[in-house]
Ligand binder design. Sequence first.
Ligand SMILES: Nc1nc2c(ncn2[C@@H]2O[C@H](COP(=O)(O)OP(=O)(O)OP(=O)(O)O)[C@@H](O)[C@H]2O)c(=O)[nH]1
Length: 211
Amino acid sequence: MNSKGIRRKKSSLSEVKVAVIGAPGVGKSALAVRFLTRRYIGEYDHQAETRYKHEVLVDNEPVLFEILDTCPKNENDLPSQETLNWADGLLLVYSIIDRQSFAYVKKAGLAITNCDTPVYLVANKCDMVHLRQVSSDEGAILARNFECGFSEVAAAEQVAPVAAAFQDLCKAVLSARRKSKQSLLERMLGTKSSTVRLYVRGKSDSALPKD
Ligand SMILES: Nc1nc2c(ncn2[C@@H]2O[C@H](COP(=O)(O)OP(=O)(O)OP(=O)(O)O)[C@@H](O)[C@H]2O)c(=O)[nH]1
């Protein structure tokens, strides 16, 4: 009985793969670790990309997150096609105190305009407003261009806003997945419009006098 319960839970567990993308030093590792452990660890010595796997509740539903913390060598080292193909969702991160990092997410965003992978834009280090180089409006405009969610956070100081960014991205991934399943179903059963026509006809049929 117990094992049945576990099997059921596993089969209903959604898996979401997120690639965290941004210029060197913007706080990608700090954000990923903050989200997964609620802790802030100031210094990470990463020479290569790191993957984390962790189960998190999103809207009270368990989701298995696989997070790829990318590790670009420099400001021109954009994410590889392999990374973009792997990810279900992309968290684009820049630092409000580093204008070059804003240029990096702009370039990375342009490289993915043709794929329909959901994106979320995060502006990190908003505890350092006195050193701000990128305004909130610039971030919001870029997010509007990418048609994605956006928030300014501080991995160094905040837990909930960091988690909300990952969770919003996760919800966008799950919603896109549902839509693509729905459209596949519609393609298999016929077009959406014919389904609607059928429904309308059914309703009016009952109101029509019988011949
Ligand atoms: N003030 C402040 N510093 C932060 C914040 N987030 C990260 N940092 C610092 O920024 C530096 C870089 O953070 P990382 O998390 O290693 O950045 P990263 O993007 O993973 O860096 P790479 O792995 O080199 O690409 C570290 O010194 C962090 O302590 C933040 O919200 N505020």
